[in-house]
Write a protein that binds this ligand. Structure first.
Ligand SMILES: Nc1ncnc2c1ncn2[C@@H]1O[C@H](COP(=O)(O)OP(=O)(O)OP(=O)(O)O)[C@@H](O)[C@H]1O
Length: 242
């Protein structure tokens, strides 16, 4: 394997809520500039990993290193800029496309130029003419594209995607998949993508993690999904686990 840098390094990370262990002694790497897909049964702890990764949760024990530095050493604002987060429901403020796009900068007391807004809309495949339209008029696929464009305003080096295509039709899904691959290739952005769609995990991922009961049961190149070594992973892939 060519030598790869760690964008996020997990060393023996454990995290509990109200006495219940949610992430157990997890060690692994999200590689810089690569797409890692994250699969596992419902409740396995996938979204919790993301919250640990952008500072919404703190590990009880173990270390999380981002670009080689302990996560707690980053000021929260810098961490949120470095680590972008897009969710399934693509929450919008009540306002125009432009206002939503500008929001990450507005919150920092900065402006988003018209040129930059247009560049981002074009990048994600939205017509620049919708800039002044209300987000209420957008389709599900358009909202998700806008949500992704909004995370790119801060030029994150790591992008966490939590089931961003699960409520979309097949065509919009493929559109978003192509967009994420484009972002990864054009900007070298490290992508981590939680998905319940195993076909998507296999085709989009360079690497895949299988998380079951808070444990990283198997990880490696995404082709592992064709022939996993672990019995529990085989059961999960057959649909016997969720
Ligand atoms: N704030 C909380 N308080 C109590 N339990 C929590 C909390 N957050 C998460 N959990 C529990 O932690 C476990 C992991 O949840 P998480 O949302 O990370 O799983 P997931 O793999 O992302 O699931 P899904 O695929 O259904 O989204 C679940 O059992 C959940 O109920």
């Amino acid at each position: 394997m060519p030598s790869l840098n760690a964008a996020v390094q997990w060393n023996n990370v454990t995290f509990s809520v109200k006495g219940k262990t949610i992430i157990q002694n997890l060690t692994g790497t999200f590689y810089e500039g690569k797409i890692t897909t994250l699969v596992g049964p419902s409740g396995a702890g996938k979204s919790t990993l993301f919250k640990l990764c952008n500072g919404l949760h703190s590990a009880d024990t173990g270390d999380i290193l981002i670009a080689g530095k302990e996560i707690a050493s980053y000021p929260p604002v810098e961490l949120r800029r470095m680590v972008g987060f897009a969710l399934q429901d693509a929450t919008m403020i009540d306002g125009t496309v432009y206002e939503n796009l500008a929001m990450p900068l507005t919150l920092q007391g900065k402006d988003l130029s018209e040129e930059k807004a247009q560049e981002l809309l074009q990048l994600v495949g939205l017509p620049i003419t919708i800039s002044n339209q209300s987000t209420n008029d957008l389709s599900g696929g358009q909202r998700q594209k806008l949500s992704i464009a909004r995370t790119l305003v801060n030029r994150p080096s790591i992008l966490l995607l939590d089931e961003i295509t699960s409520s979309l039709d097949r065509v919009s899904q493929q559109d978003i998949e192509a967009l994420i691959v484009r972002i990864n290739k054009n900007y070298g952005t490290t992508i981590v993508w939680i998905t319940h769609n195993l076909q998507q995990a296999r085709t989009i991922g360079d690497y895949t993690w299988v998380l079951i009961n808070g444990q990283l049961i198997e990880s490696g190149e995404s082709s592992l999904l064709d022939n996993p070594e672990n019995h529990e992973v085989r059961l999960f892939l057959k649909g016997d686990h969720s």
